[in-house]
Design a protein around this ligand. Structure first.
Ligand code: COA
Length: 206
């Protein structure tokens, strides 16, 4: 496995001044909704703490920036960049980094019942092997993790990806983007964290 991930509890996030750069502190202070600020901060903390365990930079010497589509990049002092993915949801924030510069996607979702019709709107019938909150939450998290890996997020419809038994098919614009990224074969790691599902999408070597 050429990636690592870390999950932190949102409540354990240190003070912003202890680990953000001055650029990040300015971003942090612009949030008007405290919950959003806390989630953003916890995501930054997960990403930087994880990176500092593998690369000998203190957290104040690295910063996370989002590109124009929102995809995060972790920059370390000296100009190097690391591929990173971030997710924050309620009690937890999670981050994944690729140790080989490959693409990586992580998503954390709360396991909860969805309204009637939700699954049909976002998934193909063939994908819905079970109509339970656990299964549907994991399927959603898989799609989001793949779309984060491709660095497009939910700018495309979730039906541009079909996942059956872990095999992924792409359609439309998402197929074009996947091809542009070298048509990587993508696998999943999934974890259950209490009431949450965590999914990491990572490229495998064929
Ligand atoms: C990726 C996206 C779906 C976020 O998902 P979410 O479940 O709400 O939130 P998560 O906590 O799991 O992920 C948020 C993180 O995803 C990352 N992210 C955002 N856009 C991304 C992209 N294009 N590619 C990869 N990662 C992305 C960011 O790091 C973000 O955290 P940050 O803003 O603190 O840096 C969303 O930001 C996105 O794509 N938005 C554009 C389209 C949109 O708004 N659609 C709404 C339809 S429901």
């Amino acid at each position: 496995m050429n990636y690592r991930y870390l999950v932190v509890e949102t409540k354990d996030t240190p003070k912003a001044e202890d680990f953000l750069t001055s650029f990040e502190l300015k971003q942090y202070k612009k949030f008007e909704v405290p919950k959003r600020a806390q989630e953003w901060l916890a995501g930054r903390y997960a990403a930087k703490k994880l990176a500092s365990e593998f690369f000998t930079f203190p957290m104040t010497k690295m910063q996370v920036k989002n590109d124009r589509n929102g995809a995060p990049v972790l920059q370390v002092e000296g100009g190097n960049q690391l591929t990173v993915s971030i997710s924050h949801r309620g009690d937890y924030a999670a981050a994944a980094i690729s140790l080989t510069g490959d693409l990586i996607g992580i998503d954390l979702e709360e396991i909860e019942p969805r309204p009637k019709g939700w699954a049909d709107e976002y998934f193909f019938k063939e994908e819905i092997a079970a109509n339970t909150p656990v299964y549907l939450t994991e399927l959603w998290a898989k799609k989001e993790a793949v779309l984060k890996l491709l660095q497009i997020g939910l700018t495309v419809p979730t039906k541009e990806i079909k996942i059956i038994n872990g095999n992924i098919q792409f359609f439309g614009k998402t197929l074009d983007i996947w091809a542009l990224k070298g048509s990587p074969k993508i696998a999943f790691e999934t974890q259950t964290l209490g009431a949450y599902k965590l999914v990491i999408a990572y490229p495998t070597v064929i």
